[in-house]
Design a binder for this molecule. Structure first.
Ligand code: AMP
Ligand code: GLY
Length: 429
């Protein structure tokens, strides 16, 4: 079949590589894609927020499956548009409809869902400009650090964690006053969870599910998890502390009630659920849901999938995921992200990249890259390119990934040198 994948990051390059390997894939289009996806399929310039334009392309090119990488088209209802447009409703869509996408689009909605289905998460309350005083009073009842979250999508910047009570109250006022536009018209105040974070990925057809390998990402720009938040500076899969016992708790306490909750509430959900978790002394708590795969978690999770992903996607769309099992490479994957100098603040684009030589068991995924006039490879974003190595052990995977990353060059290139080091320490202790 012909397949259209939406997105342009490393996540999409990693997904595209797996789709292209499938026996079911005749032709893969990626919109808009990057220089990496152009090598595994055909990039097409579509405005992915214009659903009519996407729909026209799908009809003109006999596309039978739409795979949605990022959350924005899902939150805006692309799956509903396809389901409700007669000419398009046969197209299989991997990605939830608008109602399900609210699990990511509204933190208040996600929390209320968790409450209804008794899914462990931090205690919270939600406030608006009209209830600012009550919000301040709620902060008085909590201990530092204080966690404030904009309800809506705020480009990953909507969460503030503050140690000082007076500053936390000031932040609350600013957020409700429009700091993140309409995204912070409602603000959640949450109890602080202390522990180690990890991500668990689920593929569901709304009734059945498969649990994908766990992963951990590294969000801060600086080594030792310091400095500004980024999209993610690297990832590891699997997470060594997410052993069988812990993952069973995740499945029983979080994944099962989540999928059961969606079914009970008649939410038609066919796609990925990315559960951001905190491991608090061996017990999992949900920090957030996302309705897509993570980036750069996908770059370490997808290379480990041995199953035919299009087969999984077909059964996801048809509601027959119970027919599938997942086959996973038992090796560890380590992904190192390389970014433009200055990122996540202002940075330049258009620097010429030299790629170095490919080696076995290391994949190079493109994120913000494009081809220049002479077909030269150019930087085209903050997160530019990453290397993922597979090896028997985490130290080996890290070494191979870093060795390959060292061969990739452009002016201003930066990467963290400590990806996975925290996990090595935990493994030693
Ligand atoms: P979110 O956008 O909800 O994933 O939050 C961004 C980051 O803030 C998370 O990845 C956590 O590191 C942190 N965070 C969010 N909520 C909490 C919480 N209740 N306790 C501790 N850290 C949190
Ligand atoms: N790496 C975190 C995310 O994709 O949201």
């Amino acid at each position: 079949m012909n397949i259209l994948l939406l997105g342009s990051g490393g996540r999409e390059h990693a997904i595209a590589c797996k789709i292209a390997q499938s026996a079911h894939c005749k032709k893969l289009y990626i919109a808009p894609g990057n220089a990496g996806t152009a090598a595994v399929g055909e990039n097409v310039m579509l405005n992915t927020s214009d659903f009519e334009e996407v729909g026209r392309f799908v009809l003109d090119h006999h596309v039978e499956m739409l795979v949605v990488g990022p959350e924005a088209p899902l939150v805006d209802g692309i799956a509903d548009y396809f389901a409700e447009t007669p000419a398009l409703h046969q197209v299989m869509v991997v990605g939830p409809r608008k109602e399900g996408a609210r699990l990511e689009g509204s933190k208040d909605y996600a929390k209320a869902f968790m409450m209804r289905h008794k899914i462990p998460t931090a205690r919270y309350q939600t406030f608006t400009a009209d209830t600012l005083k009550e919000g301040e009073a709620f902060l008085d009842t909590l201990k530092a650090p204080y966690v404030l979250k904009a309800d809506g999508l705020a480009a990953g910047k909507g969460v503030l964690i503050e140690n000082d009570l007076a500053t936390a109250k000031a932040h609350l006022g600013e957020m409700l006053g429009g700091k993140f536009g309409s995204a912070s018209a409602s603000v959640l105040i949450e109890e602080y969870l202390s522990g180690i974070e990890l991500s668990v990925f689920v593929l569901t057809d709304g009734r059945h599910y498969l649990m994908l390998p766990s992963a951990k990402d590294y969000k801060r720009i600086g080594e030792g998890d310091t400095g500004l938040n980024t999209g993610g500076m690297g990832s590891i899969s699997p997470v060594p502390f997410a052993d069988k016992e812990f993952m069973k708790k995740v499945e029983d306490r979080i994944v099962k009630p989540t999928v059961r909750g969606l079914a009970e509430e008649k939410i038609d959900y066919r796609g990925f659920i990315f559960v951001g978790l905190m491991n608090c002394a061996g017990d999992p708590y949900v920090i957030e849901y996302n309705v897509r795969m993570g980036d750069p978690e996908t770059e370490s999770v997808f290379p480990r999938l041995k199953s035919d992903v299009v087969e999984l996607f077909i059964n996801t769309a048809r509601g027959t995921l119970d027919r599938c099992t997942l086959s996973v490479d038992q090796r560890t994957a380590a992904c190192v992200m390389m970014v433009a100098g200055g990122y996540p603040e202002s940075y330049e684009k258009g620097k010429v990249i030299t790629l170095g030589t490919d080696v076995d068991d290391v994949q190079v995924f493109h994120c913000g890259t494009k081809r220049g006039k002479e077909d030269e490879l150019l930087t085209n974003g903050g997160r530019v390119i990453c290397t993922t190595a597979l090896a028997a052990t985490l130290p080996e995977a890290l070494m191979k990934s870093y060795n390959r990353a060292a061969e990739i060059e452009w002016e201003g290139k930066y990467n963290r040198r400590d990806i996975g080091q925290d996990l090595l320490k935990i493994m030693v202790n």
